[in-house]
Design a protein around this ligand. Structure first.
Ligand code: NAP
Length: 504
């Protein structure tokens, strides 16, 4: 059995000075630590606000949590696991995988868990970040040459702005903060939202609750989940023939890349996905009225395409009601919709997603000009150079920054591409004795103009839906609009010519 790393490890004393401060211990933070180690950059500290490693895969423990990218691809290229139990991994297995990778790499002695980065300020005189972290209620100051932020876009739950929600008298929690102390059996439960999290939660709740109300604002496209248990023979083959597993991974990777043209300007190519979703509805739901309610009216791909074989049958079950009237308000005892119907509930599960277009970490990072990254983004929208560095914020490397999210493939691939770029930047800085690097404004602008031009043709911008990919200015600051190998090529080496540098 795997023991939570946080229960077996406690850092004796936090260092006051390090070369590199890594924020977050999910795929990005663990990957960063491993790559720093490999590059000989061993003076680093990883701070993680939760009391265990795993990031989103340790925070999201809701029933049914699983990955919708195949296991073979949703893993580090340098941390293969031969014994995935299924073709799509359940959350506990990914969490366990991350524990294992971190433990085997021997990096955990530089992790400080339950440690929150409160404030980071660029000190232009010292050419260092002055960082304040809290651990066990105690404030610590750490100075770092660089920050590698791996907090991602899906770490801070977004709560819906619904009148009366604070005064609800029953139990209420977000999908990413599941309250396992509540026994939901036989209760009246409402789920708000029908995104990737909700469609995994609903079939599990349907089996145990008394009554389930699913509040849908926009119908998602849900295609069949081709998940299956690996046979013993397959697992054995993966173990004894690593090349076979590599081939499998490569084939999965390229299979996924074939989706890119349908997202980026050739929507007509997406008809098979729409057909699959409609077939999935027809298979799972007999009632024509319910079928109509769950049939999306926008282009496939505009929102993330979801995968499930159990979501539609769950909606069709006798103890489930799909509510499509807008929520007007929450009372102490239930939810009232726009038609003034009140449905009493004992528990509300809020599955309304995350602050993805305004990563909350940005409010805690103050750059060279004395403004926070959050203020910069508030004014101009989230933007960076190559999704990694930002004008005004020297030596800040963001993993999973602006326009790095995917609609079709594995974020782990993107993370590894960014890590290679960052490590090359550190190598360049060391070789040339640069104290600081910062992208030039014209480099950053050109990068973003190109992205926005490509995105203007994409299904995410033109598909007729509103999604969390678009910020309040209507700009898509979340999605990478090209193939993942184009991203890897772009970040293959640190292009110092695009940067202002400060000598050390
Ligand atoms: P999400 O995709 O943002 O979905 C949020 C849902 O809540 C949407 O249905 C949205 O409706 C609804 N909503 C938001 N505010 C609302 C309000 N005020 N009233 C009613 N409904 C409201 O969030 P998520 O499901 O947590 O997923 C977020 C991301 O996490 C995914 O896109 C994916 O990248 C990742 N994820 C991945 C997996 C996986 O298997 N790998 C699993 C779960 C999550 P509208 O559509 O109308 O906005």
């Amino acid at each position: 059995m795997w023991v939570g790393v946080g229960t077996v490890f406690a850092m004796q004393a936090l260092p006051t000075q390090v070369d590199h401060l890594v924020i977050g211990a999910g795929f990005a933070g663990i990957g960063a630590a491993i790559k720093l180690d490999e590059a000989g950059e061993r003076d680093y500290l990883v701070v993680e606000k939760d009391d265990d490693v795993g990031g989103t895969w340790q925070a999201n423990t809701y029933p049914g949590a699983a990955c919708d990218v195949p296991s073979q691809l949703y893993s580090f290229s340098f941390g293969r696991r031969q014994d995935w139990s299924r073709s799509f991994s359940p959350q506990p297995e990914i969490r366990e995988y991350l524990h294992r990778v971190a433990r085997e790499a021997g990096i955990l002695d530089r992790f400080s868990l339950a440690t929150r980065m409160e404030d980071a300020r660029w000190d232009d005189t010292a050419q260092r970040w002055r960082v304040r972290v809290t651990h066990g209620g105690v404030v610590h100051d750490v100075s770092a040459r660089t920050i590698l932020s791996g907090t991602g876009g899906l770490s801070e739950p977004r709560l819906p702005d619904i009148e009366g929600i604070e005064d609800f008298g029953g139990t209420i929690f977000h999908s990413a903060r599941w309250d396992h102390s509540v026994d939901l059996r036989g209760l009246r439960v409402a789920v708000i939202g029908t995104g990737a999290s909700a469609i995994q939660i609903v079939p599990e709740l349907q089996k145990i609750v008394g009554r389930l109300m699913v509040h849908q604002r926009t119908a998602p496209y849900v295609i069949p989940r081709t998940d299956r248990r690996y046979t013993r023979v397959e697992r054995r083959l993966f173990r004894v023939l690593p090349a076979l597993q590599r081939l499998y991974r490569t084939a999965t990777y390229w299979g996924r890349e074939l989706y890119v043209p349908a997202f980026t300007g050739h929507q007509e190519l997406a008809w098979p996905a729409r057909k699959l979703a409609l077939q999935n509805i027809a298979r799972g739901i007999a009632d024509p009225e319910l079928r109509a309610k769950v049939t999306p009216t926008y282009a496939v791909g505009c929102k993330r395409v979801l995968i499930s074989n159990t979501y539609y049958p769950a909606l069709a079950a006798a103890n489930v009601e799909l509510v499509t009237d807008r929520i007007d308000r929450v009372t102490p005892t239930g939810i009232v919709t726009a038609d003034e119907t009140e449905r009493p509930v004992d528990v509300i599960v809020v599955a309304t997603g995350f602050h993805a277009t305004a990563q909350p970490i940005a409010d805690h990072i103050t750059g060279r000009d004395g403004i926070t990254l959050g203020e910069r983004w508030e004014a101009e929208g989230m933007a960076s150079y190559k999704g990694t560095t930002t004008r005004g914020f020297p030596n800040l490397f963001q993993i999973v920054g602006a326009n790095t999210t995917l609609g079709h493939s594995s974020m782990v691939f993107m993370i590894e591409s960014q890590l290679a770029y960052v490590i090359d930047a550190l190598r360049t800085m060391r070789v040339h004795r640069y104290a600081a690097v910062e992208p030039r404004q014209d480099s950053q602008d050109a990068w973003n103009e190109d992205l926005q031009e490509r995105l203007s043709r994409s299904v995410w911008n033109t598909g007729g839906c509103s999604s969390w990919y678009l910020d309040r200015h209507g700009r898509n600051t979340v999605i990478w609009p090209r193939s993942t190998f184009a991203f890897r090529q772009q970040l293959a080496e640190f292009d110092v010519a695009a940067y202002d540098v400060a000598a050390g």
